[in-house]
Design a protein around this ligand. Structure first.
Ligand code: 6PG
Length: 478
């Protein structure tokens, strides 16, 4: 038994991860349900490092030094359970099973509990960065026990991406499902970031009258500033691309119906359960759904819209600058919402997640890597109990400077009939949080009127009910 780590499930993500371990000097046992994939991997990439090809589960397990570390890279859900059922009986106390798929954190909690009762460690690991990240250095979000991290952490730190300052983009997120929870929220933020960028593009195209090539240039310029991020960078690439078949801008020949595999939806479902307002992320999920309803869109196509005209070219540049402000301010809001959800999950499940450390490990390798994560990390490092990112002085100032532009962009969008659900939800969240009084008092009054649901008062402790169908006097209910 010579291998330090094993990878089973050799589709692209699995084989790239196995190669990443091997390229970093680890001996890697590799296994796949159909052995042909295993042989093919070693034939093609064997020269990159030290691999042990295992045909059977038994051979695979025997190849590993103890405590064994086995990474499962198969489809989330039942396929993962099937692999666990196959391997768990072959393992010994103290061995570590690692699930690197996009598992639902509740599944991870269940699997961790079951395997713990059998003396095994189960580590749910969120891995971000796509196929290239898996090979060259992803951002890695491991959950599971502290003991398991002691054995696994050093390997993950080696193969992970490194932030600009050299710090590995991985650290122990917290017990059981914490890693997969944080990966889920990462994907929710990913959806919001992508939707905000899409809205910015839509506005530049329709209101400013820019061509895709010109918008690509604009994004490239933004990428040199505070918006610097992987998603802005690839947006410029996509917009600058010409479809070879038609010679048209690529973005004009792709069907405008966005798909999803479901992690953004999970983020919103869990946020609803936790009572965390993630309105920007939710609008991003809904925007994909709206785009996909070609039937509804077909039926609504002839509906009336505003008659406002596009901007004069002289005004376009100033408008583009405002779109940058709207995008940056809305981005701060979606991260604010995402970090709130992580804090809420951490409290609900007792994970004790360090939010500054999460910001830190997202700085490299993952899809939402962005320069401004440095600022988020600094905000949480300075005040670990920061109630909201918006309460951080630096972000508050930046939004203060951007808000005029943010508001004019929304006005322009509404006047011209351009849907900007994520921009609008982000601004509404900001305005709601900073409001002195919200109309929720009226909501409480209505609830008390029709259902005697009671309300609290601003000037006295306790719960109260007004006798709406009687003499309208007030009674104290507790
Ligand atoms: C990552 C990505 C990845 C995700 C897909 C697509 O962090 O590398 O988040 O895990 O599965 O990119 O997600 P959708 O199909 O839901 O858009």
């Amino acid at each position: 038994s010579t291998a330090q780590i094993g990878v089973t499930g050799l589709a692209v993500m699995g084989s790239n991860l196995a190669r990443n371990f091997a390229r970093n000097g680890f001996t890697v046992a590799v296994h796949n349900r159909t052995a042909a994939k295993t042989t093919a991997l070693v034939e093609e990439f064997g020269h990159e490092g030290s691999f042990v090809a295992a045909e059977s589960a038994k051979e695979f397990v025997d190849a590993l030094e103890r405590p064994r570390r086995i990474v499962i890279m198969v489809k989330a859900g039942e396929p993962t359970d099937a692999v666990i059922r196959e391997f768990a009986p072959l393992l010994e106390e103290g061995d570590v099973i690692i699930d690197g798929g996009n598992a639902h954190f509740e599944d991870t909690r269940r699997r961790e509990r079951e395997l713990r009762s059998r003396g095994l460690h189960f580590v749910g690991v969120g891995i971000s960065g796509g196929e290239e990240g898996a090979l060259l250095g992803p951002s890695i979000m491991p959950g599971g026990s502290t003991t398991s991290y002691a054995s696994l952490g050093p390997l993950l730190e080696k193969i992970s991406a490194k932030a600009a300052d050299g710090t590995p983009c991985t650290s122990h997120v917290g017990p059981d499902g914490a890693g997969h929870f944080v990966k889920m929220v990462h994907n929710g933020i990913e959806y919001a970031d992508m939707q905000l960028i899409a809205e910015a593009y839509h506005l530049l195209r329709e209101v400013a009258g820019y061509s895709p090539a010109k918008i690509a240039e604009t994004f490239r310029a933004w990428n040199r500033g505070r918006l610097n991020s992987y998603l802005i960078e690839i947006t410029a690439e996509v917009l600058a691309h010409t479809d070879p078949a038609s010679g048209l801008p690529y973005v004009d020949v792709v069907a405008d119906a966005a798909e999803q595999k479901g992690t953004g939806r999970w983020t919103v479902q869990i946020a609803l359960d936790l009572g965390v307002p993630v309105s920007g992320i939710a609008e991003a999920v809904f925007a994909r759904a709206v785009s996909g309803h070609t039937d509804l869109r077909g039926a609504a196509r002839g509906l009336a819209g505003p008659k406002a005209a596009a901007l004069a070219p002289e005004a376009a540049e100033a408008f583009a600058a405002e779109v940058e402000q709207a995008l940056y301010a809305s981005k701060i809001v979606s991260y604010t919402q995402g970090f709130h959800q992580i804090r809420a999950g951490s409290e609900e499940y007792g994970w004790n997640v360090d939010l500054g450390a999460v910001a830190s490990l997202w700085r490299g390798g993952c899809i939402i890597r962005a320069a401004f994560l440095d600022r988020i990390r600094a905000a949480y490092d300075a005040r670990p109990k920061l109630p909201s990112l918006l309460a951080d002085a630096h972000f508050a100032e930046e939004i203060a400077a951007a808000q005029d532009g943010w508001r004019s962009v929304l006005v322009a969008a509404v006047r011209q009939g351009i849907p900007v659900p994520a921009f609008a939800a982000s601004l509404a969240y900001y305005d709601a949080l900073r409001a002195e009084r919200l109309p929720a008092a009226l909501t409480q009054g209505q609830r008390d009127f029709f259902g005697a649901h009671t309300y609290r008062r601003t000037d006295r402790e306790g719960s109260f009910h007004t006798l709406w169908s009687g003499d309208r006097s007030e009674v104290r209910t507790s």
